[in-house]
Design a protein around this ligand. Sequence first.
Ligand SMILES: [Zn+2]
Length: 569
Amino acid sequence: MCSVVGSFVRILILFAIGVVLLIVSIALNAATLSTINKRFDEIKNANGQTTVSIGSTTRTTTQPPSSSGNLTDSIRIADLMYHLNELQRIANDASNTRAIGTRGFSETVNYIYNYLAVNAPNLNVVRQPFLVKNFTVKGNPILILSSGGSNRTFTYSTNLARSDFTYANYSAPIALTEFNLTVVPNYGCDPADWQNVAGQAALVVLGGICTFAEKGELANKYNASALLYYNHGLTTASLAPVIARLRQVNTLPAVCLSYAAGQELVRAANMTSASIWLQIEIENYPPFMIENVCANTKEGNINETIVIGGHSDSVPAGPGINDNGSGAMAILVLATNLARLYQSGNYIKYKYRVRFCWWAAEEIGLVGAIYHAQQAQNSSAIIGNRLQDYLINLNYDMLGSPNYMLGVYNGSSAKPGTPPSARNGSIRISETFSSWFDRNNLPWDYTDFSGRSDYGPFLAAGIVAGGLFSGADETKTPEQRARYEEKLGLGQGGLAGAILDPCYHKACDTTDNINQLGYEKMVQAAAYMLEYLGRLDDLPTWLYPNGRQTTELPENYFPNSDYFRDVDS
Ligand SMILES: [Zn+2]
């Protein structure tokens, strides 16, 4: 009995010790977290850029937002960085990339899917698989200029800075063949430019108001036999050859030359009759399957869906933490936090369904988003999945650039041909973003809205679009720096004359490439936008006050692919 009492007392004591230890450990964890947050604030205040890494011991999942809170207040940089560290780990285990066709990409998709399954069980998560054409170039392509009785062999290297030329993506193969060379006048954006190319190798400069792919379509249409692009040399960044991307249905052998090599060909073609020899060996593999992922709220009108999207893939050259880990993980946090607010019981749910999407294969030309939009306009699309069920597409692609701007897509700069009702609603979205930045005494800039990210196909189909962008290879101006410095405080204005993301599409696009101050503000703005739209009484009328013009997304819709440069791949 005594011993029983004794062991009972011992158990009690052990239990008490356990409880004390538990309390101490919780207190320590809280203290550690608050110290980290405090240090984080100090460091952030000191230089605007922090190097604090949030380890899995202090934070394994996002913190539930307070039940009375709103979505904007639920956004915390620590949650965002936690996810970016996970993407960095995935890339580290996969040769420093998360590009489609690699383990880094499939692990990224699994990470999003699995995280939602555990942390947002009240969302309906759907994978949308589709096939992508797959090939490799065998050996080194050959390009020889033959003029005035002499031959000149151009250098091929996978290092574009040292290469005279490179092959275009989705080039057709060609055994060593001689072609007469002809120069396409102007930028080759007008069909009239292509009248003399039949049976010839057509040489065309990059730039103008049309895309690689549009030039490729004209070359095919006017029966060119081969297609040679060359860089325009207008800036120091446009001297090397670039990876031109054609449509997957292209049938021409195609390469892209450096500015200097292009000039050499132009001179030769103008002086005498010049010809080129071209060889590109291509091995086609079976197409491979990749997936978009979308997570839907179960509440809200499925005929009035708010779509929030960003791309999940990186370029082959790097881990893509800013482009576009930053946007993809912003959407993951938005989805999780909204799901938790919905579960809390104290949050008024939106009248509209929200669909969060992670698009695959943006980096090879918005392939996942285009696939999704095309499926949504098929007559077989079910109610809730049709384009007409989508009210708006908000896009988040690059939110954490190190020398950032707080960039708002400028609705009024939508491409000519954009349905006016979609353009007008997009202007409203731009204004709503910019006035949020103004109210929070933050600087902001309007940025390009010509369809060069995943919102492109939605906008082209007549759906209002908008979004944020912290900058890629644009340069920060002195005026911009002064404005940011004034609003954000001394030392926060960034570097004038430097590009906004020096690691854009490069191996150094790691977690160190994120400006956490700017990133957090951008995601808060994104959260505000969702909540603002979700709370509107009549979102359809707010977006489309004069009714909605429905437009068929063209079968051959293709984005402005001049944007998609893997400068370092
Ligand atoms: Zn991107």
